[in-house]
Design a binder for this molecule. Structure first.
Ligand SMILES: Nc1ncnc2c1ncn2[C@@H]1O[C@H](COP(=O)(O)OP(=O)(O)OP(=O)(O)O)[C@@H](O)[C@H]1O
Ligand SMILES: [Mg+2]
Length: 227
């Protein structure tokens, strides 16, 4: 069953009077529980596509449907609710809030989406333990290493038990060992929770470890035929 799909999706950026076309005609469908890598050279439109799918930006034309809801039919408030309840996003750079502790950062999406309850803090603590940071709950991002911050960001993306986790080069800023541990965490947490996972990556080893690879090319997306 499809959890996330697009139909003739297009995106152009306005730059002064010019229009910069990036995505022309993207039609894809990702099934619930599937683990998908998104690959393609720098500048091809991977982040653009992930931001559209993650409801962080609006498409120029075409449809995006997550769990039966079509984005262009939703108000900004409803789209924000869908984003915080259904989608966890991991950015290349962790985007943690510097003045809050690891625990507070992980709890933030639960509070913003009004899904927080008496179990949320326990859940946040468990997630931080699961990512190996049970001993760093009250550290702020400036008191954590790059890899640790990215592991907090993974925990934060999972706090609302989203149907879909979207990660945009989540290990792009990390060295070998830290990158590997963040990748392995994302994959195993997604499997444990039957979460759909879509990761943009330049890391071919990571791409190969996913069930499916989608390639962005000339504004379109196709299955990687080399597999
Ligand atoms: N806000 C913007 N205004 C104008 N052009 C933009 C904007 N954002 C991105 N672009 C252009 O859109 C194209 C796609 O950018 P995008 O960030 O999606 O690429 P990418 O595949 O994620 O690249 P990378 O692998 O380097 O992260 C690029 O040519 C970029 O210059
Ligand atoms: Mg990018």
């Amino acid at each position: 069953m499809s959890i996330l799909s697009t139909n003739k999706l297009a995106k152009s950026y306005a730059l002064g009077k010019a229009s910069v076309p990036v995505l022309h005609d993207v039609t894809l469908s990702i099934n619930a529980g599937e683990q998908v890598a998104l690959v393609g050279p720098s500048g091809v439109g991977k982040s653009t596509l992930l931001h559209l799918l993650g409801a962080l930006d609006r498409a120029t034309s075409g449809e995006i449907i997550c769990d039966g809801q079509e984005y262009s039919k939703l108000s900004s408030d409803d789209l924000a609710q869908l984003r915080s309840r259904k989608i966890g996003f991991v950015f290349q750079s962790h985007h943690l809030l510097p003045e809050f502790t690891a625990l507070e950062n992980v709890l933030m999406p639960a509070q913003l989406s009004r899904l927080a309850d008496s179990n949320s803090e326990t859940r946040a603590r468990n997630l931080l333990e699961r990512v190996g940071l049970g001993h760093r709950l009250s550290h702020r991002p400036g008191e954590l290493s790059g890899g640790e911050c990215q592991r907090v960001a993974v925990a934060r993306a999972l706090i609302n038990s989203p149907a879909v986790v979207i990660a945009d080069e989540p290990t792009g800023n990390l060295d070998g060992q830290a990158a590997k541990s963040v990748q392995e965490l994302l994959l195993s947490l997604a499997r444990e929770n039957n979460t759909t996972l879509l990761i943009a990556t330049h890391n071919l080893e990571l791409a190969r470890s996913m069930q499916r690879v989608l390639q962005v090319h000339l504004g379109n997306v196709s299955e990687d035929s080399s597999r």
